[in-house]
Design a protein around this ligand. Structure first.
Ligand SMILES: [Zn+2]
Length: 340
């Protein structure tokens, strides 16, 4: 016959060592299980004992049962408290804890290129001029020697608010406004800004884009001065190995007028797929300011002359970074923007 007190101390020791509910469950079965638990077996065997011993053993067994049940209950409560305390420690949200660092953005690639252009030309003495994006017909066209009905207007298909008011199709109106404001040459300005044209978006054009135009008005300026200025700008932006060339062209506001090309950065002028085997890439237009345009800006063409150019900033950025689709600049896709 097993001693109930011995069973009790054995059970209490096991319960005290239990580390979780899964440790306690088999102990409970082992001692208190109805069929074969050791205390249960003891109680069910009482009938076989001599009558004189039954009462004492029965009482001791019942006390053992109660003690083990109480120990189990207490230990379960302790373990549950410990488990909750552990969760509180490891899973609680500490609202005072600093969050993960936010990713830092940076300046958009078009702004970067615009600022680089500004920096280069400011180093030559040019000043940045800004003007309104909503312009009058006169500033956008007529002052630039593009009268109503002029076939060249087709190249600047515009968004009109009224017959006289439109979104500027180029930043050239700022040149007129600058001449009117400054009045007395020398004038050396650049005019970065947004322009709008009724073009369907495609790989090379979009209805809203940025330009930077330059205007120099002084005495005795030549095409050579213009070409030298643009060569300096291109080599500062793209590297000294780049060459430039001008090809005769036509614009109403310059005479003579030129297309301005730069050697392909991938093949260095030899010809490759990127430049369609020409070796040269078109950047924009330039030329000597038409005397009538100077007059419209309030400058006497008999005393002064000038040169001007107009380049797309997106185009400049595409050439600098070998971007093949202008729309990428405006899609706000971080996979694209994070490369610059
Ligand atoms: Zn090439």
């Amino acid at each position: 016959m097993t001693d109930p007190q011995h069973l009790t101390s054995e059970a209490l020791a096991a319960i005290a060592h239990a580390r979780s509910e899964s440790d306690l469950a088999p102990i409970e079965v082992d001692y208190l299980g109805r069929k074969s638990g050791r205390i249960s077996t003891l109680l069910s065997g009482i009938g076989k004992l001599p009558p004189a011993e039954r009462a004492a053993i029965g009482q001791a067994a019942n006390e053992a049962k109660r003690a083990i049940e109480a120990a189990l209950t207490t230990r379960r409560a302790e373990l549950e408290d410990a488990r909750l305390a552990d969760i509180a420690e490891t899973e609680a949200i500490d609202i005072t804890f600093p969050g993960p660092p936010l990713g830092r953005g940076h300046i958009h690639v078009l702004t970067q290129v615009q600022r680089q252009i500004e920096t280069v030309l400011e180093s030559l003495g040019y000043k940045v001029e800004l003007g309104p994006e909503v312009e009058t017909e006169w500033y956008n066209f007529e002052a630039l020697n593009i009268p109503p009905g002029h076939p060249a207007r087709e190249n600047w298909d515009s968004f009109y608010f009224t017959p006289d008011l439109l979104l500027r199709a180029h930043t050239s109106p700022v040149q007129i406004r600058a001449m009117q404001r400054i009045k007395e040459p020398p004038i050396f300005i650049i005019t970065p800004g947004r322009c709008y044209r009724r073009d369907a978006p495609e790989a090379t054009r979009i209805p809203y884009f940025s330009q930077v135009e330059g205007l120099a008005v002084d005495k005795g300026l030549t095409v050579g001065d213009m070409k030298g200025t643009l060569l300096y700008m291109i080599q500062s932006l793209y590297g000294e190995e780049r060459k430039v060339r001008v090809r005769p062209s036509y614009f109403p506001f310059t005479e003579p007028s030129f297309e301005f090309d730069v050697t392909c950065g991938i093949c260095a002028g030899a010809g490759c797929k990127s430049c369609r085997h020409k070796g040269w890439l078109e950047v924009g237009g330039c030329g000597m300011v038409h005397p009538q345009v100077l007059r419209n800006g309030g400058i006497e063409p008999e005393k002064w002359n000038g040169y001007a150019w107009g380049f797309g900033i997106e185009r400049m950025a595409m050439l600098k970074h070998d971007v093949e689709d202008i729309r990428l600049f405006y899609e706000s896709d971080l996979r694209f923007l994070e490369q610059f």
